[in-house]
Write a protein that binds this ligand. Sequence first.
Ligand SMILES: [Zn+2]
Length: 762
Amino acid sequence: MRKQLIVLFFWISIFDLTLAQSPIIPAPVVFIEQEGINEIGNLISLNPENLPEEIKEYFIDKLINVFGIQVVVNSNSKKIVFKKLVNTPPDYYTINITDNILITYSSQASCFYAVNSLLQLIQGEKDAYYFNQCYIQDYPKFAWRGLHLDVSRHFYSVDEVKRFIDLMAMYKFNTFHWHLTDDQGWRIEIKKYPKLTEIGAWRDSTVNDHYTTKPRTYTVEKYGGFYTQEQIKDVVEYAQNRFVTIVPEIEMPGHSRAALAAYPYYSCTGKQLEVPGLWGVFDEVFCAKEESIDFLKDILAEVLELFPSPYIHIGGDEAPKTRWKTCPRCQKVIRENGLKDEHELQSFFIREIDEFLTSKGRKLIGWDEILEGGLSPNAAVMSWRGFEGGIEAAKQEHYVVMTPGSHCYFDHYQSSNPNEPLAIGGFTPLEKVYDFNPIPEGFTEQQALYVLGGQANLWTEYIPDMKKLEYMTYPRALALSQALWCTSKPPFEDFKKSFVDYQLKYMNRYDVNFSKAFFYPKMELNQKLEGVTIHFKSGEPNYHFDLFVKSDEIHPALSGGQVIGEKDSLYFERTTGSKVVNYSFKVSSEFTTESSVYNFTVHPALELPIELKSKPSEKYSGSGSSTLVDGIIGCKPWKGNEWLGFQEQEIEFVVDLKKYSKIDSLEIGFLEDEGSWIHYPNFIRFSVSKKGKKWKYLKDSDLKLNSNEAKKGKTLPFSTIINNKGRYVKVLITTFDAIPQGIPGEGNIPWTFMDELIIFFK
Ligand SMILES: [Zn+2]
């Protein structure tokens, strides 16, 4: 290592070059541009010495089939030469492109990484390909750079899974977490238990739309599929050739409805249930009796034969204890083993499996719920409900993989663009993924050693096919690759430039259906004395345009406004409401060929200062208090950033009307989404004040939960008459104590989502 650093400084001092921005993603540790071009034309001659066979095949395949470049393999060629290094850090490589190309590497994996970097460096077209001369020195930061794919909710064929792996390998991901079993389908052939795939791999129906949509409808059609053991071996080998380790996941004790539909004996009740076509969490789980644990060990024994991965994922998440509480067999296990409760029973269950895997020379990894009731001695933790589980596990000196929902759930929305296709919920835009750091703040160096790396998860309830899978994965996976690879992550602006200038084209070569959401203009509002300026900002460099609405449209005269757009692609429509003005804009641009409609509402409370006495959750903090008065009204399906989300029993805020006013009435919107633990609040208390010191209590309002809007499962625009004078309005919102029994998240404080706040005052 020291030697390389000296070489690096030598380079820099001799040529007096600053580190240039790399076209490669993830960005290498060192990238130095050099004068000159290395021309390829449409023919490359390759010296096969020191180039491992499978990497040579991969390289040649990409050159020919992706670029149309012919390859001559010639042992005397000096055009591209490989050298194996000893005494270097793991997975270290360099590329030096002058008139010839020299690649040095420390491991076969790093030789593969070098080849992928080189492929990304090819510039030009057809018969006129070339390299810009440069020097690269590179190695990864984290050992676990993962992508996960759920093939249970929707099934992906062998070819599709291979393509998923091929694409991730291009961006130096090295771990593919294959979520093979879940409630809605068992996808791996187990010879000892054939019914797992005969029955468990098929469901009779699939829920339509978002599963919280009411009334719920289904597509009644047999759906499913599975991989034979031969197919799995083939995929494992395909991944190995790309230096990707496949970590298989067999879910237990929860998310097991498909397995239990095939073998009901291993549940607590023994009742025959179908493979569900509905998403969510089900009470039916594996019984903790010995026979069920043995059944799972038998399954794992076959799984271990297929997957050489050191880690085996056993799920462990979202396992309700309802059945265990009333099951005589489970209660017997609790008594006989001196366990305190059902959480300790889950811990006992996982420990049994841990011992089994350890005896076979493997390591157990599970979702962070495996911490509850005590962590099994050899277990590693995959932290998904935020960073907390990972922090706790690392403090207990267990290995962790960070995959917090806030940054790593690629089934979330990636933009608030109205055209964004249906997603499960949540909001994880490109910038948020880019911000991800698997090492939590405040970790000591010692604790950081337990963080193996990070991973993004692709749950496929709302991802039915390959096209949408790529849309949800890319370009967010590029941002993640940077977060996991780069020793010193470049600024987001640099990433954006590499993405726009180079990677767009590169992904197009592979026909990746990446999302262009990042380029869709984002609407921002600025209130000025003379009116309201709506500014559209896009991820596309140099793109923006402004729209101006004259102030006489805001209060209360509704005619005679003028709109100035800077580009022809802007269209403007106006509809007039009784008290507010709703605008919709159609916007399109070079990268975003389909136009999209933006809705914006001008109302008297726009951009009023609000002091939030209660803090919204970091995940759903939008742009802070201004989210409530930004003219963009939260709707359903919700995309996170239009709403302010709180998980507090009491939420209090104060609005400053900026002058002593006659306040007529007030409206607030609320969201209900049972599956995401979001409920309407209980009641709201209003007070007004002249100076913000002494408060005049006005009234408490019950929320009319039976309103028509609420019945339709939409949003609840709550409104109340104020009819009082003051400059400040204080609002105190109180939720129910806890989510009632039998509803997802029971016992927890319900979430409250608010938007938009409209006050009518003069
Ligand atoms: Zn039981």
